[in-house]
Design a protein. Structure first.
Lengths: 310, 476
C-alpha cells in the first residue's frame, strides 16, 4: 500500500506542478483577447472623476450599447465596463464597485443565466480574468473558487498549449485589421465596436435550465447598500435578447422578473419584453446586438433613464 | 456522476481512503461504505431513482431467499416469475412503454382504426438495463441451483448497486461478483496499479477518441443531406470508434476502479475491431451482454442443438433482442437483425468458432488474408453502426444512399483530425491485443519507460481531450 500511495502521490504532484506551471505562464499571444480590454476600462473608470453612468453586466452590455448616444442624450459621461458573462455577476459587480464614486449611476444588466443555479459565481472565463488582472484575486471568495475549480486543469493546459503553439509558430498581428473580440475591439467608451459594420452570423441560441437562485438577489441587495453608502445608485435593466431565445425561455425569464420585482431593494428600470428584438438585429449570439440593434437599445434606454439622471 | 467529471475526481480518492484506511477492519463496514458511495454516485444524477434500485434490490433479495425456501419446483418458479415481472416490468414501463404504444397506435391507424397514442412522460433511469439484467441473473442462477441466495442484505444491495459498473456495466454475473462481497478484500499493489493504468486508458479512449469523434459525427449525421460520400464514410468510421471509445472506455474505467477496491470484474471488450469475422467480433464486443443473452436466452431456447430452422430462429431472436435491449427504436432492431444476417452463414457452415485465438498471434503484423478478413469485418460492422446511430430507419437508408450516389472522389468536408487519435488507439491496442487492456504494462520492468508511457497518454488526454460528453451507453 505504501508503494502505491507513494507512486500515486508522485504522479499527482507531477500533474499538480504542470497545472501550476500552466497558470503562471505568460500570455504570449500576439493578439490578446477582449478580456484584456478590462485594463483600459479600469483606466477609464479611474480617470473619470465626475459623476458618470457606468454600464455593466456580461457581453449583452459590451455588445449592446453605443455609449456615445447615451452620453449625448443624457449629458453625462458614460463608461462601458462590461466584458464577459462567464466572469459571473458577483465578480463583475465587485470589480466595478472598486471604482464607484459619489454621484455615479451603475446600470447593471446581467444575463438571465446569472440568476440560475450558481452561475453568478462564474465559470472558466473568470480564470482568464484573473490572468488579465491578478490583483483581483482578492475579490474571489471560496464559493467562487470552488465553482471554477473544475476548470482549472483545462484552463492551465489550454494556456500551455497556446504558449507552446505561439512559441513554435510566432505570428505578427496585422495592425490594420483589429478584428472582433480583441483587446483593441473597444472604442473610447468601452463598447465593442469593430463588429458594427460586419454582417450577421449564425446566432448561438441559449436554453436556460435550472432554478432561480435567491442568493443572487441577496447579493445584489447587499451590494446596493454598499453602493448607496458611497452616494451612488444601482439600477437594474434587463438584457437585450433575440426573439427565438426569448420564446424558448419565456417561462424562466418571467420567473426571474417576478422574483426580482418581489425581492429587490433597488430600482428596476424596465421589463424583459422591452429588449426582445427580432433575430435579425443580433450579430452572433442571442445577446450580441448588431449596429441597428445597438442604436435601438441605446435610444430606448436613454429615454427610460432620463428621469434618473439629473 | 460521470467518470470524467471533477466530482468523481474528489469522490474516488475519498472513497478509496475511507475504504482502505478507516473502514478496513471489518468486511461489513467496507460493504456498507461501498453501498453508501454507490447510492451517492447514482443519486448525484437523480436521487429520485434511488427508490427504484432499492425496491428492485429488495424484491430480488427476497425472491432469492424464497426460491431456496420453496419446497416445490412450482413455488420456486412462482418466485422467479415475480422477480422477472418486477425487473422486466420496470424496464417495460420506463424504457419500452412509449415505443410499444406508438407502434401499436401507428399499426392500428394504418389499418383504418383511429387511435390516439398513449405516452408516459417519464425519464429513463440511467443504467436501468444494466442493473435489472444483473439482478435477473441472480434469481435465475438461484432457480437453476447454480448459486446460493445471499443472506447478507448489505452485501446484496452493494452487489446490485456497485458504483463502478452500476450505470453502464459490465453486466456482472452474481456467481462472479457476489461472492467477492463475502470475503474481506486485501489490498494488492499489482492489482491496484494495473487498475489505475486501465482507468488511464479508459479515459484516453473516452476523452480523446470518443469525444473528439463525437463532435464530427454529430455534425455529419445532423447534416448528412449536405455531405459528400467521403464525408459520410468518415462519419460512419468515426462513429465506429466513437462508440468503441465511449463504451469500452467506460468499461475500462469501471474495471480499473473495481480493482482499486480489490474486486475483479469480467472483461467487457477484447479489441473487437481486430476480429476476422462477425462471430469473433461478438466474442469480443460487449462480452458481458452477449454472454448474458447466450446463457439466459439462447441456450434455454435450445441454442444450436436443434435443427437448422431452430438455429436460425434462435440466432435471430438473440440478435434482435440484443438490438432492442439498446433502445426502444426500430433502428436498434435493424442493427441486431443485420448482425444476425452476418452471423448466420458462419453458424450454418460451422465456421463460427474458427477464429478463437488472437489475430496474427506472435507476429508483428497481419498477413494479406488476415488484412482482408479484418477489413471485411470492420466494413460490415460500420454498415450496421449507421443504423445504430441514425434517428430513424429512413435516415439510415438515406445516409447509405448518399454514400453511393454522391462522388467518393472528393475531400471530406469535416475535420479529420480524429484519425490521428484513432491511429494512436489502434497502434497501441494492436501491440497489446493479447492483453486485458491497452495499458497493461506489468511485464515492462523498466520503470522510466513505463512512466514515460503513462505521461504520454496523460498528456494526450490533457492536450487533445475534447469537451466532455456524457457516455452513450448511459441511455441504454
Amino acid at each position: 500500500m505504501k508503494q502505491f500511495i507513494k507512486h500515486s502521490v508522485v504522479f499527482a504532484m507531477g500533474v499538480f506542478l504542470l497545472v501550476f506551471m500552466g497558470l503562471l505562464l505568460p500570455n504570449n499571444n500576439p493578439v490578446r483577447s477582449v478580456d484584456y480590454s478590462l485594463l483600459k476600462k479600469h483606466e477609464l473608470l479611474h480617470e473619470n472623476n465626475g459623476s458618470k453612468l457606468i454600464l455593466t453586466g456580461g457581453s449583452n452590455v459590451i455588445f449592446g450599447f453605443n455609449s456615445k448616444i447615451l452620453q449625448t442624450k443624457l449629458n453625462k459621461p458614460v463608461v462601458n465596463h462590461a466584458i464577459h458573462a462567464g466572469y459571473g455577476l458577483k465578480y463583475i459587480v465587485e470589480d466595478v464597485f472598486q471604482y464607484v464614486k459619489k454621484g455615479d449611476i451603475i446600470l447593471l444588466s446581467p444575463e438571465y443565466s446569472h440568476f440560475i443555479d450558481n452561475n453568478y459565481l462564474g465559470k472558466e472565463p473568470l480564470l482568464f480574468s484573473l490572468k488579465v488582472k491578478p490583483n483581483n484575486i482578492r475579490l474571489i471568495s471560496l464559493g467562487q473558487l470552488l465553482n471554477v475549480a473544475e476548470f482549472i486543469p483545462k484552463f492551465s493546459f489550454d494556456r500551455i498549449k497556446s504558449f507552446v503553439y505561439n512559441k513554435l509558430k510566432p505570428s505578427k498581428p496585422n495592425k490594420n485589421e483589429i478584428g472582433n473580440y480583441t483587446e483593441f475591439s473597444i472604442n473610447e467608451f468601452g463598447d465593442h465596436y469593430t463588429h458594427w459594420d460586419d454582417k450577421n452570423k449564425n446566432l448561438t441560441l441559449y436554453n436556460f435550465n435550472g432554478e432561480v437562485n435567491m442568493k443572487v438577489i441577496e447579493f445584489l441587495n447587499n451590494i446596493n447598500e454598499e453602493i448607496e453608502k458611497k452616494g451612488a445608485q444601482l439600477i437594474l435593466s434587463f438584457p437585450s435578447i433575440c426573439e427565438t431565445t426569448y420564446e424558448t425561455n419565456k417561462n424562466t425569464i418571467l420567473k426571474i422578473e417576478e422574483t426580482l420585482i418581489k425581492n429587490c431593494n433597488f430600482k428596476i428600470l424596465d421589463t424583459p419584453e422591452d429588449y426582445v428584438f427580432n433575430d435579425s438585429l443580433f450579430f452572433d449570439t442571442s445577446y450580441h446586438l448588431n449596429k441597428i440593434g445597438i442604436k435601438n437599445r441605446s435610444e430606448k434606454i436613454a429615454f427610460k433613464l432620463k428621469n434618473e439622471v439629473k | 456522476m460521470l467518470f470524467n467529471s471533477f466530482e468523481y475526481l474528489i469522490f474516488l480518492p475519498t472513497v478509496f481512503f475511507l475504504y482502505w484506511f478507516v473502514l478496513n477492519q471489518k468486511l461489513v463496514a467496507q460493504n456498507t461504505l461501498l453501498l453508501a458511495a454507490s447510492y451517492l454516485f447514482y443519486g448525484w444524477w437523480d436521487y429520485r431513482f434511488l427508490g427504484l434500485i432499492i425496491f428492485s434490490s429488495f424484491i430480488d433479495y427476497y425472491c432469492g431467499l424464497a426460491i431456496e425456501k420453496s419446497s416445490s419446483k412450482r413455488n420456486k418458479k412462482r418466485w422467479l416469475v415475480v422477480s422477472m415481472l418486477v425487473n422486466l416490468g420496470f424496464l417495460g414501463a420506463f424504457k419500452y412503454f412509449n415505443f410499444f404504444s406508438a407502434s401499436l397506435s401507428y399499426g392500428l391507424n394504418s389499418l383504418g382504426y383511429e387511435v390516439d397514442t398513449l405516452t408516459l412522460n417519464i425519464i429513463l433511469p440511467v443504467g436501468i438495463s444494466f442493473y435489472t439484467f444483473q439482478t435477473m441473473s441472480y434469481t435465475i442462477d438461484i432457480y437453476k441451483e447454480q448459486l446460493k441466495p445471499c443472506k447478507d442484505i448489505i452485501a446484496f444491495f452493494a452487489f446490485v448497486s456497485f458504483f463502478p459498473q452500476l450505470v453502464a456495466g459490465p453486466i456482472e454475473r452474481a456467481t462472479n461478483l457476489l461472492p467477492q462481497f463475502y470475503k474481506k478484500r486485501e489490498f494488492s499493489y499489482k492489482k491496484a496499479s494495473d487498475g489505475l493504468r486501465q482507468i488511464l486508458w479508459g479515459l484516453f479512449k473516452k476523452i480523446v477518441v470518443a469525444d473528439n469523434c463525437a463532435k464530427v459525427v454529430n455534425q455529419i449525421f445532423e447534416n448528412y443531406n449536405e455531405m459528400n460520400s467521403s464525408t459520410l464514410l468518415v462519419g460512419a468510421v468515426f462513429f465506429a470508434f466513437q462508440i468503441y471509445g465511449d463504451f469500452s472506455g467506460y468499461s475500462d474505467i469501471a474495471i480499473g476502479t473495481s480493482r482499486l477496491f480489490g474486486f475483479n470484474l469480467m472483461q467487457n471488450f477484447s479489441f473487437p475491431y481486430f476480429s476476422r469475422d462477425i462471430a469473433e467480433f461478438w466474442r469480443r464486443w460487449h462480452i458481458s451482454l452477449s454472454t448474458w443473452f447466450r446463457d439466459y436466452v439462447y441456450i434455454p431456447l435450445g441454442g444450436s442443438r436443434g435443427g437448422t430452422a431452430m438455429k436460425i430462429r434462435n440466432t435471430f431472436i438473440i440478435f434482435v433482442v440484443s438490438g432492442f435491449w439498446h433502445g426502444a427504436n426500430w433502428t436498434f432492431v435493424i442493427w441486431g437483425f443485420l448482425n444476425a444476417l452476418y452471423f448466420l452463414p458462419l453458424l450454418l457452415t460451422n465456421k463460427n468458432r474458427i477464429n478463437t485465438n488472437v489475430v496474427a498471434e506472435g507476429k508483428l503484423i497481419f498477413n494479406i488474408k488476415e488484412f482482408l478478413q479484418l477489413s471485411t469485418t470492420f466494413l460490415l460492422t460500420i454498415f450496421a453502426w449507421i443504423f445504430f446511430r441514425a434517428s430513424t430507419i429512413t435516415e439510415a437508408i438515406n445516409y447509405i444512399k448518399r454514400i453511393f450516389t454522391t462522388s467518393l472522389v472528393s475531400l471530406p468536408m469535416v475535420d479529420v483530425k480524429p484519425f490521428l487519435y484513432i491511429g494512436v488507439l489502434v497502434c497501441i491496442e494492436w501491440f497489446q491485443r493479447s492483453k486485458q487492456h491497452g495499458l497493461e504494462l506489468s511485464e515492462l520492468k523498466i520503470m522510466p519507460v513505463r512512466w514515460s508511457i503513462y505521461i504520454f497518454v496523460f498528456c494526450l488526454i490533457l492536450f487533445f481531450g475534447a469537451q466532455s460528453e456524457s457516455f452513450i451507453y448511459f441511455q441504454f
